[in-house]
Design a protein around this ligand. Structure first.
Ligand SMILES: Nc1ncnc2c1ncn2[C@@H]1O[C@H](COP(=O)(O)OP(=O)(O)OP(=O)(O)O)[C@@H](O)[C@H]1O
Length: 220
């Protein structure tokens, strides 16, 4: 694959839920390319379609019309997802949760644990390794989710409101963790947020309003 071939390309991609008078057009004709190493914030108010757009990028939803094309070389394990709120498995320790994608991908458990511990250290969460999810805070859980993605070493990280329920300081630390994960793996990072301060920390920003992805605001 050429090094700067886009990872995902949306062309006139729309996503409609339901039919007839009840139909909700969550995404209207989105035009978007995500290239290797991109750092994109998708900004917009609640209900503007940010999660729906991210689901299209991830392949969790298929476009109702238009196309979303992922690079042929981008396999399911090359996409790391971080969702708002708690996505850790309650019965597994923080280290086991972090190692899980690697174990599921067939890596030996010892090796997966070492990678998990290294990833936790990078997001400043090494001391949480042996705790259960119920024994850590929401902000810590989001840092662990970033570590889990880091350990997985995907080429595309999609984070849906990863700082949504957190105060500013904690949110900033979670974003630090995601940027660290992206920098260490060379992954592209797409973050949805309604917080302009979070969006300002990414290289590019796109705004969603009423399901429409507005034209690019340029690169800072
Ligand atoms: N599974 C679904 N079925 C029906 N409607 C849906 C579904 N998912 C989302 N919607 C609707 O699509 C629109 C966009 O929702 P979406 O969750 O993408 O917005 P969002 O910008 O991510 O919001 P938030 O910031 O609150 O998460 C909303 O009107 C929502 O109610």
């Amino acid at each position: 694959m050429p090094p700067d071939e886009p990872l995902v390309v949306c062309r006139n991609a729309a996503l409609t839920f339901g039919r007839g008078p009840q139909a909700v057009v969550a995404v209207h004709g989105a035009e978007l390319e995500i290239g290797p190493g991109d750092r994109l914030a998708v900004v917009g108010p609640s209900g503007s379609g940010k999660s729906s757009l991210l689901h299209l990028l991830a392949g969790l939803e298929q476009p109702t019309t238009g196309t979303v094309r992922r690079a042929a070389s981008l396999g399911p394990y090359d996409i790391g997802l971080v969702f708002q709120g708690d996505s850790l498995i309650p019965a597994l320790s923080v280290a086991e949760n972090t190692a899980l994608p690697l174990v599921l991908a067939g890596r030996p458990e010892d090796e997966a644990r070492q990678a998990a511990l290294a990833a936790l250290a990078l997001v400043d969460a090494a001391d949480l390794a042996d705790r259960l999810p119920e024994e850590i805070s929401g902000g810590q859980a989001q840092r662990v989710a970033a570590a889990r993605v880091l350990a997985q070493a995907p080429r595309l990280i999609l984070a849906d409101e990863p700082t949504g329920r957190l105060d500013h300081t904690t949110g900033a630390r979670v974003l630090d963790a995601l940027l660290t994960a992206a920098d260490h793996t060379g992954a592209a990072l797409v973050v949805t947020t309604h917080d302009p301060a979070i969006a300002a920390r990414l290289t590019a920003r796109r705004t969603m309003r009423d399901g429409r992805l507005l034209a690019p605001e340029g690169v800072s």
